[in-house]
Design a protein around this ligand. Structure first.
Ligand SMILES: O=C(CO)[C@@H](O)[C@H](O)COP(=O)(O)O
Ligand SMILES: [Fe+2]
Length: 220
């Protein structure tokens, strides 16, 4: 089955001194979504941005803001990211005590809810979330940094989750994040992913290269 492939560039690899311009540039270059990595220096060993920056970026594009929260405890900050303009909020089950409650909370804010699995987290933990999630994200690196190498055995997890989604009959995006480039993108798509996050591979070469990079990642 062929499904549309969406590209969500991670702005972690953008020039942070010119973030608004960078978001406009990837929008003009044909990205589908904008992936925003939020890190707290506690859940992951890196610190990035908070809701104020998301809010400041919101006027620069109308594309979907795909916000990947790597913060713990996560529940305290869901409202702030929704108010800042997130369209999708994706959370790690390890970042709070009650993942089912966290998913309901996100949905109650009128935002789509994603759940993200670290490389060591099994697909099985999704069993009782399939009725509620809008997106499942498979991390193909350990979270915290851009520019890491794709962990090949996550392809098996993507295949397993694709089967779970098809069986559910629900419209759930299957996203993959980490080490996605022109070699690994086709493997992730073949395994069943329909949304590719790519930081390094989108922003490599500067603004003149973004459109080409996005087109190649999509398989065009
Ligand atoms: O969430 C993360 C890392 O924790 C990612 O979104 C990275 O930002 C992806 O970067 P590349 O591997 O594509 O460079
Ligand atoms: Fe991410």
């Amino acid at each position: 089955m062929t499904r549309p492939i969406l590209i969500s560039p991670s702005i972690l690899s953008a020039d942070f001194a010119r973030l608004g311009e960078e978001v406009r540039a990837i929008d003009a270059a044909g990205c589908d979504w904008v992936h925003i990595d939020v890190m707290d220096g506690h859940f992951v060993p890196n610190i990035t941005i908070g809701p104020n920056v998301v809010k400041a970026l919101r006027p620069h594009t109308q594309k979907t803001f795909d916000v990947h929260l790597m913060i713990s405890p996560v529940d305290l900050y869901l409202d702030a990211f929704a108010q800042a303009g997130a369209d999708i909020i994706t959370v790690h089950p390890e970042a709070g005590p009650h993942i089912h409650r966290t998913v309901q909370h996100i949905k109650s804010l009128g935002v789509k809810a994603g759940v993200v699995l670290n490389p060591g987290t099994p697909a099985k933990m999704l069993d009782y979330l399939m009725d509620d999630v809008d997106l499942i994200l498979v991390m193909s690196v350990n979270p915290g940094f851009g520019g890491q190498s794709f962990i090949e055995n996550q392809l098996r997890k993507i295949e397993a989750i694709r089967k779970m989604i098809d069986k559910s009959g629900r419209d759930i995006h299957l996203q993959v994040d980490g080490g996605i480039d022109f070699t690994t993108a086709p493997k992730a798509i073949a395994a069943g992913a329909d949304v590719l996050v790519a930081g390094t591979a989108t922003f490599r070469g500067g603004p003149d290269a973004y459109a080409d990079n996005i087109r190649k990642l999509r398989g065009g």
